[in-house]
Design a protein around this ligand. Structure first.
Ligand code: PLP
Length: 474
């Protein structure tokens, strides 16, 4: 059946008429005429479809121009929303790889703003007026923090490993303990990285036990380096043995073979002074005889995504001459942020206050609990139609593979749907509603509830201000 034009509810204003409406001027200014016309067309199409399918007894969809243009404005706002956005990480995992790992300190943001908008001395020696080296901005700071002779920086720790292996072990052998042939996540597996770097992996020992003689038997004229990989994201317990780093380093040095330690998280300072689990530092690895140490900038160091290589000057020089270094180098924004973060380490007494990662990891559970108790009543009110909201004690994790078996006492809220039937579906819809907020809120489903761990929530108002939008959730 076709509708006759006599039915007034199917008549909508024309695209031209809407686009030249006074209300459209601001939209043209903000989004451009092309985007406006596209959005008007899309809005009219959806309104026409709705009108045609609408039950005759229902209200006709409004065809008022200002109403349509308001809907068009909402469409444009949505379409122009950036893809990469801030979210509230209430997962309880502080260094969440999918949520961008370390939050940066203000000092790092200021440094990015101060240098990224215009020209900078990224690779220019201001004293001598000649070409400089971008690593110069951080090398001295890294050497001071680790006791190394030299340092260089690349895109991330995976890149650091690839570069070290390619520069020092191309077409040669690298013995690694079978207990350390790790997968970090995604497609990052040590044996595959080795193959791509062009070196031959020599597996030594067994999954649970590797001895010094396993290594020494594997060392020969084809050995390029020996690598120790910090078992960052898992723990082997029970009947285990691994070779102490100092002993392995000594065995390497007796044979003139470089000893490389991949630390992963590598906090620059001993975290036990903040009551956190001990994590090997690059300084300790160097002191125990590592000739090179690789670690991430955005794990416990609390900085931007970079991979840091520190160690012997001759080895670093060789690495820097490798053509892959150019392909893997970091950009000016990461460099600005890294330098600022490293400067914070010059004053360790203030570090827990200034470095967000440390501030979040050291937040006392009772402070987090008090915040959850303040937030709970309003959250409960918004969800009163469908769920109960309780304060809970929970456990946070450091994340990014650091100390996977150590958990930090924390607190937060759990949202529990009241109806037992359809609870799973409601939880998923609630999770989606939280993700759809202007600043998406990311929690985790645990048993029958949606858990929001407040460890990483520093500004409760940012959460509360959005709650009203959940008021009609059911
Ligand atoms: C995380 C990690 C890597 C990879 O570092 P990215 O910075 O994620 O590239 C490599 N090795 C170890 C031991 C790690 O923990």
């Amino acid at each position: 059946m076709t509708h006759t034009p006599a039915q007034p509810r199917l008549r909508f204003p024309s695209v031209d008429r809407l686009a030249s409406h006074a209300q459209s001027l601001d939209l043209i200014d903000r989004f451009g005429r092309t985007a406006l016309v596209d959005a008007i067309r899309a809005e009219l199409t959806s309104r026409r479809l709705l009108a045609q399918s609408a039950d005759a007894s229902l209200e006709p969809p409004p065809s008022d121009e200002t109403v349509i243009l308001s809907a068009v404005a909402a469409r444009l706002d949505e379409a122009f929303q950036p893809s990469l956005r801030a979210v509230l990480n209430l997962t309880g995992t502080v260094l969440h790889t999918n949520l961008g790992r370390a939050p940066l300190p203000q000092e790092a943001l200021d440094a990015i703003v101060a240098t990224a908008a215009g020209a900078s001395n990224l690779e220019f020696d201001l004293e001598r007026g000649v070409r400089g080296d971008r690593d110069d901005h951080v090398e001295a700071l890294l050497c001071k923090a680790t006791g190394a002779q030299a340092a260089t920086v690349v895109n991330n720790n995976a890149a650091a490993l690839l570069l070290v292996l390619n520069a020092l072990a191309f077409r040669r052998e690298v013995p690694v303990s079978r207990g350390e042939l790790i997968e970090i996540g995604g497609s990052f597996r040590l044996p595959e990285i080795m193959a791509r770097a062009g070196c031959r992996l020599i597996e030594v020992g067994t999954t649970n036990r590797t001895h010094l003689h396993d290594f020494t038997e594997a060392m020969g004229s084809k050995t390029a380096l020996v690598m120790k990989v910090h078992a960052s994201n898992f723990k082997v317990q029970g009947f285990t043995a691994s070779v102490p780093e100092a002993a392995l380093a000594q065995a390497c040095h007796e044979r003139d073979i470089p000893f490389v330690s991949d630390l992963g998280a590598g906090s620059l300072i001993d975290l036990t002074r903040f009551g956190l689990p001990a994590e090997p530092t690059p300084a300790q690895a160097i002191a125990q005889g590592a000739d090179l140490v690789t670690f991430s900038g955005d794990k416990l160091l609390g900085g931007p995504q970079v991979g840091i290589i520190v160690g012997k000057a001759d080895l670093i020089a060789k690495i820097k001459r490798n053509p892959l270094k150019r392909a893997l180098r970091i950009d000016k924004m990461s460099m600005a942020a890294l330098e600022a973060v490293l400067r914070l380490y010059l004053n360790p007494d203030k570090l827990a206050e200034r470095l967000p990662v440390l501030r979040l990891l050291t937040r006392p559970a009772q402070e987090i609990r008090a915040m959850a108790e303040r937030v709970r009543p309003q959250m409960a009110l918004c969800l009163e139609a469908c769920a109960d909201v309780h304060c809970i004690d929970c456990l946070s994790e450091i994340g990014s593979g650091s100390q996977p078996t150590e958990q930090l006492p924390s607190a937060g809220l759990v949202i529990v749907p009241r109806a037992a039937r359809g609870r799973g579906g409601l939880l998923l819809r609630l999770q989606a509603a939280l993700r759809a907020l202007p600043v998406p809120v990311i929690g985790r489903i645990e048993k029958d509830g949606l858990v929001l761990d407040f460890r990483c929530l520093e500004d409760e108002h940012q959460l509360l201000a959005q709650f009203d939008q959940l008021r009609n959730f059911s």
